[in-house]
Design a protein around this ligand. Structure first.
Ligand SMILES: C[S@@+](CC[C@H](N)C(=O)[O-])C[C@H]1O[C@@H](n2cnc3c(N)ncnc32)[C@H](O)[C@@H]1O
Length: 424
């Protein structure tokens, strides 16, 4: 005898996934939840898919959706409420907002295959070997961080205009030879997949707003190759000389050690390279860069866009004054402004226990501050010296770059000074 499935805990709402095939594709368990509901909330397109025997009161989501959730659900407390979601509710869907607002225990989710599962089925692409990038409510520039030769991408479109935006971005970033197909209305009667074409040959034609763009990335022979780890070539950045150079940058990010979801403050942003490469390590990494020079601040935004991290927050202003308004960081990098009064102390104070701080400098004045901080807080003080081989007459010799002094420290739990004589 098969053991009975445990009954789900009482939930404030049941979220039901529904596909482009409408009611026909809704499995029995989900149908029962919808037929049984007293209130069904969804987008107009989804509500239209319900048959007349679904007698619940139908409510359209207001916009913006997230702030409306508590009020809307509070208005129907005690009634059986179902929420419609497109495809898998927990994959870039309403399930996320509901569980974040109400708590996972208050939300009962009945999934449906996502559009991405349908797309992989049609294309014969293993889902685990594909990178999914959403452009719903996000700038197309974020696609640039995912471009690597041979990589397969599935782009979740915002509307019918997204495929053209994707093609334009691929061409602009040197990936014009990439192959593209647009998959529309997946799983529905009106399903259609466009013929494979390159982004270079893409001709815009009116398409369906409900679509996914499949991209197989191919780099043009003359386009720069940007790797997946920190240490991008200096030529990847627009800069005025205020740039942490490649080898020092790679070493600095190694010590900063970004992990998914973490927030970096990049103080004295220059060209933004440290924050940009921090964010490129994982789509969930966040960063804010503080730069007092408005021209440089604008350049940072441009570099972030080019390199696929348009979500980088650029704060134009002088540290430490502007730091007070920032959320608590997981790590702080100081690449400029070390001699500004109070800057180092403000960064140290802002760090939570376990947070990391890394500061680089090439000047003796700032080096003295770092030596003092090292004495007070511990950590590691290192000197990084990079030399490049250059022609010397008919021979080759080393050209030494200015050595960089780096202080790296992890903030430990504050321990009280021992009382005099306490160790005896
Ligand atoms: C050497 S650059 C940093 C390079 C940067 N890490 C990069 O890779 O592009 C130092 C930058 O710090 C900025 N800066 C100096 N003092 C500052 C302060 N108090 N607040 C904000 N920015 C400052 C300068 O304008 C300059 O752009």
């Amino acid at each position: 005898m098969t053991p009975a499935r445990p009954a789900p805990p009482p939930a404030a709402v049941t979220v039901v996934g529904i596909g482009a095939d409408g009611w026909e594709g809704v499995p029995d368990g989900s149908r029962t939840a919808l037929l049984d509901a007293e209130v069904v909330i969804g987008a107009p397109r989804q509500l239209d898919l319900l048959p007349p025997e679904c007698a619940a009161q139908r409510i359209t989501w207001p916009s913006p959706l997230r702030p409306a959730i508590p009020g809307l659900l509070a208005a129907h407390v005690g009634r059986r409420v179902a929420v419609l979601a497109s495809g898998d509710p927990m994959f870039y869907g309403i399930g996320r907002a509901l569980t974040e607002v109400l708590g996972a225990g208050a939300v009962h989710v009945l999934p449906h295959p996502s559009s991405v599962s349908h797309a992989c089925a049609r294309l014969g692409w293993p889902l685990e070997a594909v990178e999914v990038v959403t452009l719903v409510g996000r700038p197309a520039a974020r696609l640039a961080a995912a471009l690597h030769e041979g990589r397969r991408l599935l782009v979740l479109s915002a509307d019918a205009g997204t495929p053209a935006e994707v093609a334009a971005l691929l061409r602009d970033r040197g990936y014009g030879p990439s192959r593209m197909r647009v998959l529309e209305q997946l799983g529905g009667e009106k399903e259609r997949t466009t013929a494979s074409t390159t982004a270079d040959d893409w001709h815009d034609e009116p398409g369906d707003p409900l679509n996914i763009v499949a991209v197989e990335c191919h780099r043009a022979p003359d386009a720069p190759r940007l790797g997946a780890v920190p240490g991008l070539p200096d030529t990847a950045y627009e800069h005025d000389g205020q740039l942490t150079k490649r080898h020092i940058r790679a070493a600095t990010l190694g010590v900063l050690a970004p992990a998914p979801g973490e927030l970096l403050w990049d103080v004295g942003g220059g060209s933004g390279s440290i924050a940009i490469e921090w964010m490129r390590t994982h789509p969930s990494c966040r960063a804010v860069t503080v730069e007092r020079d408005p021209v440089r601040a604008e350049r940072i935004t441009h570099n972030a866009d080019r390199l696929g991290v348009p979500g980088l927050r650029v704060l134009t202003g002088a540290a430490p004054a502007v730091l007070a308004e920032l959320p608590t960081p997981d790590a702080v990098f100081i690449g400029g402004g070390l001699t500004a009064p109070g800057l180092l102390d403000a960064c140290w104070e802002a760090l939570p226990t376990g947070g990391r701080l890394v500061a680089n400098t090439v000047t003796l004045e700032s080096e003295a501050l770092l030596a003092d901080a090292h004495r007070r807080h511990g950590g590691e003080l290192v000197r990084l010296a990079v030399a490049h081989a250059v022609p010397v007459g008919g021979f080759t010799g080393w050209r030494q770059a200015m050595p960089v002094t780096q202080w790296a420290v992890r903030k430990e739990q504050r321990t009280l000074d021992p009382l005099p004589g306490a160790d005896r």
